[in-house]
Design a protein around this ligand. Structure first.
Ligand code: SF4
Ligand code: SF4
Length: 346
């Protein structure tokens, strides 16, 4: 792995240049202190000191709503216009848990059926990660083989160390970007900074307040589809779906057609939520998940079992958003603890 150094004072200029040459998407603080990722025109709009964004950056590759095709019926034929190729994009300032979530989404969209809408954006996006410097009480990424300075999945990983950023160059995409903007990336004292980064990572890992141990949890779910425990958990849930909308690994979507004229229309896809009753409602009226109990169980089964079964990857990355945003304090780390206990008492 190659590494470089960027002087902190030069970062604004680098971001301005990236925004001029690409679509630059970065964390931005909106009204009412909401932090989300959006297109910026330069460094002055970027919020570097955020901890966990309220809305994850997954929407940059898998948008909340996107038009997939437009169509015109000409009498004999149906003409379809696909999406334009997505612009060359730099996604800057992504925290390790959210990078990990993109790795969890990749096999979903690149499985038996190739989802070109996702894959084209993914191909055209350079991910620049930014190590965390503060740990929230809801963070638990270390439970999923990650950590506050983990650069796995990032093309370039920036770690702030004093008046410098230590930059790990992890991929070809990252290397090309470094080459194109070489005036900002010096060879500097990378060995010293690599050590400083390791120390910083260790120090931060000691600050996690949630000690989450997943040992045995999947086995409990493998062996027990019906558990009296779910009767207790679901009663609190309001079915609002917030947990699924803020989750960086949730990926369910709906497709609908919007008729724009007598013979024309647009097809959209938009995020959906397995917490909604009509998510599994079939045309004949049957619903295999008729109550909140089945829907709550499904959500946790998906995070802690199904994603692992399908892709050998965790379906949760420990970002903690569903914990901090759930209006009735349903806490996935408590569920993990409870399921462990179920296993131990079996
Ligand atoms: S955010 Fe909480 S209340 Fe809302 S659907 Fe999720 S678990 Fe239920
Ligand atoms: S389940 Fe909760 S903690 Fe896990 S990735 Fe989704 S929002 Fe984050």
């Amino acid at each position: 792995m190659d590494s470089r150094v960027v002087n902190k004072g030069q970062l604004p200029e680098l971001l301005d240049k990236l925004a001029r040459d690409h679509t630059l998407i970065a964390p931005v603080r909106e009204e009412e202190n909401v932090t989300l990722f959006k297109k910026v025109s330069g460094a002055s709009e970027v919020q570097l000191d955020y901890i966990t964004s309220d809305v994850s950056p997954k929407g940059c590759i898998f948008p909340q709503t996107e038009k997939t095709i437009s169509y015109t019926y000409t009498g004999d034929t149906l003409e379809m216009k696909e999406q334009d190729e997505p612009p060359k994009t730099v996604l800057f300032g992504v925290r390790p848990c959210d990078i990990n979530s993109i790795l969890a989404l990749d096999p979903v969209f690149e499985g038996k059926f190739l989802d070109t809408y996702y894959l084209e954006k993914r191909k055209n996006t350079v991910i620049i990660g930014l190590s965390c410097s503060t740990i929230l009480s809801t963070c638990f990424c270390t439970a999923f083989n990650s950590g506050p300075c983990d650069g796995k999945g990032a093309d370039l990983m920036f770690t702030e160390l004093g008046d410098k950023y230590y930059v790990e160059v992890n991929t070809e995409k990252g290397s090309s970007l470094v080459e194109a903007y070489s005036q900002y990336f010096s060879k500097g004292d990378t060995d010293k900074l690599a050590k400083a980064k390791e120390e910083q990572a260790k120090k931060l890992e000691g600050q996690f307040r949630r000690k989450v141990d997943l040992e045995g949890v999947k086995q409990v779910l493998d062996e027990n589809f019906e558990l009296p425990y779910w009767d207790k958990v679901f009663k609190k849930c309001l079915g609002c779906g917030i947990c699924t909308y803020v989750c960086p690994t949730c990926h369910c979507f709906d497709i609908f057609d919007y008729v724009t004229g007598e013979f024309t229309g647009d097809r959209f896809r938009c995020w959906d939520s397995c917490m909604f009753p009509d998510f599994t409602l079939m045309a004949g009226g049957h619903n295999p998940r008729p109550s909140r109990k089945e829907r709550v169980r499904n959500r946790f089964m998906h995070k802690l079992k199904y994603h692992l079964d399908r892709y050998n990857l965790d379906g949760c990355v420990g970002c903690g958003r569903c914990i901090s945003k759930c209006p009735v304090n349903i806490d996935i780390t408590q569920i993990i603890k409870d399921l462990k206990e179920v296993g131990q008492n079996a």
